[in-house]
Ligand binder design. Structure first.
Ligand SMILES: Cc1cc2nc3c(=O)[nH]c(=O)nc-3n(C[C@H](O)[C@H](O)[C@H](O)COP(=O)(O)OP(=O)(O)OC[C@H]3O[C@@H](n4cnc5c(N)ncnc54)[C@H](O)[C@@H]3O)c2cc1C
Length: 385
């Protein structure tokens, strides 16, 4: 059988793409290398804008999958602040259950799911995509690569990979016995990231991320030393840590080819400041499917329309967060001074929840605040010297 579209990877991007393509009447096969439900390392924070995006597309998710966060504690060396979170702005979940529910939604819309089916190679022949899998060959008119940071679709059909300076590495403990009343974000344990403790429905997730190029030790040692600073954690009772790569968003990359599109982590769509990837995975997966459908029914000439969408709609906000991150992490001492005395950091957290302002507005405010406060900060430091 020749499918209209083969989606590789049944994470958030893949299941959303498969749902959106099937909903538009295309014949879809969703290929996943693991048996579903499969484990995925993730803080599992899901924002209001993601839930609204999924609901707007017609994807139904039971509320029992989520834990509602009502408070965020931000800790920076020498200061701590607590922010109340409006109902539904930030939720947490486990990715095995969320991604499985999304895959089931894709199936409900008409997609055929083949799990435990790894794609080993892809080639283009006579205008068709031929996917070599563990269980034989599959052919399709289009391929959407939603196969994560080490994407095989990207390798075979796009020929680029992330340089190490554009990759983060993260590690987490999933702690079933830990109960937290707030989501915690700590600065000061990583040079270009933060560390976290997120409450979940049944426990909590403790994690750390760092730029791969700046990590001078193992990420697990970094996680161990962060966990040892948490007063409520018994280090001897922690489960083994797991680690995974995170691509850095905000950099323009080729994500569309004549017969293929990349979405989610495969395309590098992760907020480089917050690490939020599920929203961009869902959005890019849905949009990739929508553009494939429009090319098939003649409304669009080619998938270049998807590239333009990503460059126009996804890239500017991700890039603003990248610049904000560079500004914040350039001189941590100044950043602490800045963030202790302004609401910029708190705007970032509200923006994550989907409230205004947009990242570009936050960046502008942060720059203005930095320019205004730099002279007084320099004078203070000179006075202390
Ligand atoms: C430690 C950590 C914490 C994070 N915390 C958060 C958070 O709290 N909130 C948030 O929004 N984001 C978070 N992120 C980012 C988020 O997890 C990712 O951006 C998101 O998972 C991207 O989804 P995806 O569908 O693109 O890729 P993935 O979820 O990685 O899915 C890719 C799928 O493709 C499959 N696959 C791979 N290769 C093949 C193949 N050859 N054949 C078939 N299938 C294949 C994989 O098995 C997998 O199921 C975190 C990331 C990490 C590492």
């Amino acid at each position: 059988m020749l499918y209209d579209v083969a989606v590789v990877g049944a994470g958030v991007a893949g299941s959303c793409a498969a749902f959106a393509a099937a909903k538009r009447g295309l014949s879809v096969v969703l290929l996943e290398k693991e048996a579903l439900p499969r484990y995925k390392l993730c803080g599992g924070a899901v924002t209001r804008k993601t839930m609204e995006l999924l609901a707007g597309e017609g994807i139904r998710l039971p509320t029992k999958l989520f834990h509602e966060v009502r408070k965020v504690k931000v800790k920076i060396p020498g200061a701590e602040r607590e922010i109340d979170v409006a109902r539904g702005n930030i939720l947490t979940t486990y990715r095995d259950v969320l991604d499985y529910a999304l895959a089931k939604e894709a199936e409900r819309a008409g997609a055929e799911i083949r799990d435990a089916t790894r794609v080993k190679g892809i080639k283009l022949e006579h205008g068709k995509c031929l996917l070599e899998t563990e269980h034989g060959e599959i052919s399709s008119r289009f391929v959407i690569g939603c196969d994560g940071v080490s994407s095989i679709v990207r390798k075979h059909l796009f020929g680029w990979r992330f340089p190490s300076r554009e990759l983060g590495v993260a590690a987490e403990y999933e702690v079933p016995w830990l109960s937290l009343d707030a989501m915690e974000i700590h600065f000061g344990h990583a040079s270009f990231s933060y560390t976290w403790a997120f409450p979940k429905r049944e426990g909590a997730t403790i994690g750390v991320a760092e730029l791969a190029s700046r990590l001078g030790e193992s990420i697990v040692s970094r996680l161990e030393s962060f966990a040892s600073t948490l007063p409520y954690v018994d280090a001897s009772a922690l489960p083994p840590a797991k680690a995974h790569l995170i691509p850095m968003g905000g950099i323009r990359r080729k994500v569309a080819a004549p017969r293929a599109a990349l979405a989610g982590d495969a395309a590098g769509f992760v907020d480089p400041l917050s690490g939020e990837g599920t929203y961009h995975a869902a959005l890019s997966g849905i949009k990739a499917a929508q553009f494939v459908s429009e090319v098939l029914n003649g409304k669009e000439k080619s998938l270049l329309a998807y590239q333009s969408f990503c460059d126009r709609e996804l890239l500017p906000d991700l890039r603003a967060m990248l610049y904000l991150g560079r500004l914040f992490y350039f001189n941590m001492d100044f950043s602490y001074h800045l963030f202790k005395n302004s609401d910029v950091l708190f705007s970032v957290i509200s923006a994550l929840g989907g409230s205004e302002p947009k990242p570009r507005v936050i960046l502008r405010r942060a720059l203005m605040f930095s320019l205004k406060n730099l002279p007084s900060y320099v004078l203070k430091r000179i006075g202390q010297a």
